[in-house]
Ligand binder design. Structure first.
Ligand code: KIV
Length: 263
């Protein structure tokens, strides 16, 4: 996958889309050489990089900096940048300036949480040539409204509302929609009803693709692993072992050795 229109082609071909989060150039450089389709500079960086307990602390300049770094490391990847909490809820002019900031930082598209009150703005950005990814379900910026990070769209009426919103986002011009933490049968229903692809996280196997926070996939945090995130390695342990190995070598006079310094 090289461009935004490829998302649509992938859904049409039934070929699953893969996306992971990325926030820095060193990681982006590694990801640039993998087959992953797209990188998301998510506002999750407020939690996993900056250590806050929610994504509400992310700002446009924070996402701008992480987008610039990610683009420097991954020149070949599709990059989607998150519009942070309330950055699209002031004046339309201010919101559009924030979109411009993230696109100029190197994003190919922006992602916006929720639908209510956003469709007109999204339509204007799409008309101006900015690809927009929607995001429905357990939208983390609404954690206070939801009373925690909880599965959404559990009953029929909430599922129908989510489906209506997904159709509205498609109508507004979104090229894809992230479906986060909703029941698998609801994700399947939404995916079948839309022409555009859905990208799931914690929403089962029937979406057009999957996205994971890279830190969860790598097992960076020993104390945190969402139940839906498969750990493909225990990076926390490998990381600690490497640093302990280095400390031990220094203490035992085994580092640096000949060849590792200039005589
Ligand atoms: O910010 C983020 O990482 C996200 C994903 C969880 C979809 O929005």
């Amino acid at each position: 996958m090289k461009t935004i229109p490829d998302f649509q082609r992938r859904k049409a071909a039934g070929s699953p889309i893969t996306m992971v989060t990325c926030y820095d150039a060193a990681t982006a450089k590694i990801l640039n050489e993998t087959s992953v389709d797209a990188l998301l500079v998510g506002d999750s960086c407020a939690m996993v990089v900056h250590g806050y307990d929610s994504t509400l602390q992310a700002t446009v300049s924070m996402i701008e900096t992480h987008t610039q770094a990610t683009r420097r490391g991954a020149p070949d990847k599709v990059i989607v940048a998150d519009m942070p909490f309330l950055s699209y809820r002031g004046s339309a002019d201010a919101a559009t300036r924030s979109v411009a900031q993230l696109m100029r930082a190197g994003a190919n598209a922006v992602k916006v949480e929720r639908c209510r009150g956003n469709a007109e703005l999204i339509g204007n950005w799409v008309d101006a040539g900015v690809p927009v990814m929607g995001h429905l379900g357990m939208t983390p910026q609404s954690v206070n409204e939801f009373g925690g990070f909880k599965i959404q769209a559990r009953d029929e009426s909430a599922a129908q509302t989510l489906l209506d919103e997904a159709l509205e986002l498609e109508e507004a011009g979104c090229f894809a929609i992230v479906l986060e933490c909703i029941p698998s049968h609801v994700a399947e229903r939404v995916t079948d009803a839309l022409a555009i692809p859905t990208i799931g996280i914690g929403s089962g196997p029937s979406t057009s693709g999957q996205v994971l926070v890279l830190n969860d996939l790598l097992g960076m945090d020993p104390g945190f692993s969402p139940p839906f995130a498969r750990r493909y390695m225990d990076a926390d342990q490998m990381f600690s072992r490497a640093v302990e190995g280095y400390c031990e070598d220094v203490r035992e006079g085994d580092y640096p050795k000949e060849g590792e310094f200039r005589p």
